[in-house]
Ligand binder design. Structure first.
Ligand code: CA
Length: 362
């Protein structure tokens, strides 16, 4: 009798337990997430600021979804294809990616516009264009052809023009100058006589130190400090070529469309938050790191390119853009959208931030 009763009790306890778990009253601590995604980023493991933005996004998704969705981050050290991120997301090998749109210029020149453009908009203007000026819609149009969605993925703020061994006093000083500067800006400078090279990040310091190159651009104090360029090059130029470098989150469209709506929303909010947060972080780190460089290396000379150099760069930039726009209707559409928006938004920048700064700088 006693045995029978304890058996019944045990059975009841088990049934109650099962009911509680299945009805959601008790969540097992180790419950597996329903959606396990993988993200491939262009950056190496522990890459500051860029990599931190990705971690922030993934952590937010996990927390906001109460563990229903998890995103595993693979750095370039793992997937070995830093410039293959678009292809891997397109193929569905990874559900997501984190990279920069202008890296895909060789596959689709229209992707160029969604990172930053020489002499283009500054970060607040560009964010306004993305979210309220038709930028995100144009980005969707371009990326729909690749079967992926693209989202703003974090801004470096205005990038510096680079580290130079010699001062640039005229256009003649550009002739034969060996400089590492990738992308569209490199094309502009090569028209002005610069010998443009692209050297992997890990070899840049040695190349500048040994005279393999005379100048290079990287990002700005936020990321330049760790590279140590200030120890070997005395001139630091202000920027013209990457006024608002926006990174990019890529999402495979089919995988995104298959997510339940609440997880789609959570993912979009997490990406937007991480992007804007990276802008604030970049601004802070540039200020902090420049203060360190200026204190430890007071002989670093901050320079702006002479007016004739800037004018020549601008002219080449317009020539290159218009030549491409004449051959590619989508390129033309995006170019004109950015140009028209910049004209409008720049007026506001001039009468607000610019006017304020002009009158308040010593
Ligand atoms: Ca750069």
């Amino acid at each position: 009798m006693r045995t029978e009763r304890s058996c019944t009790r045990l059975l009841l306890a088990l049934l109650v337990g099962i009911c509680l778990v299945s009805s959601g009253f008790v969540t097992p601590a180790e419950a597996a997430p329903k959606y396990r995604w993988k993200l491939a980023m262009t950056w190496p493991t522990n890459f500051p600021i860029f990599g931190d933005a990705v971690i922030k996004m993934a952590d937010l998704v996990k927390e906001m979804s109460n563990g229903e969705m998890e995103i595993r981050i693979d750095s370039k050290n793992k997937h070995k294809a830093p410039l293959g991120v678009l292809d891997m997301v397109k193929a569905g090998q990874y559900e997501m990616g984190h990279s920069a749109s202008y890296y895909w210029k060789g596959k689709d020149q229209n992707t160029l516009f969604f990172t930053t453009m020489p002499f283009g908009m500054i970060a607040p203007e560009q964010y306004a264009w993305f979210y309220y000026g038709g930028g995100n819609e144009l980005m969707k149009k371009v990326y729909d052809r690749h079967g992926v969605y693209s989202y703003p993925g974090g801004n470096t703020s205005n990038q510096m023009g680079g580290w130079f061994q010699k001062e640039i006093k005229s256009l003649d000083d550009l002739k034969g100058l060996k400089m590492r500067i990738p992308g569209f800006a490199g094309e502009i400078l090569s028209k002005l006589g610069v010998v443009v090279t692209n050297i992997p990040a890990g070899e840049l310091y040695t190349a500048l130190d040994r005279g393999t190159i005379d100048a290079l651009e990287w990002v700005g104090p936020s990321l330049d400090l760790n590279m140590g360029f200030h120890k070997i090059a005395p001139y630091y130029y202000t920027g013209w070529h990457e006024p608002a470098t926006e990174l990019q989150f890529l999402v495979n469209s089919k995988k995104f469309d298959a997510l339940p709506p609440h997880l789609q929303k959570i993912l979009e909010i997490a990406m937007q938050f991480a992007a804007y947060d990276m802008y604030a972080r970049s601004y802070n780190d540039s200020a902090e790191n420049w203060a360190k460089i200026a204190e430890e290396y007071p002989n670093i000379k901050l320079r702006t390119f002479p007016k004739e150099v800037i004018a020549a760069m601008k002219a080449e930039n317009t020539k290159l853009l218009e030549a491409t726009a004449a051959e590619d209707a989508t390129f033309k559409e995006i170019y004109e959208s950015q140009r028209a928006y910049m004209k409008k938004v720049r007026k506001w920048t001039e009468m607000s931030d610019y006017a304020y700064l002009k009158d308040n700088l010593e």
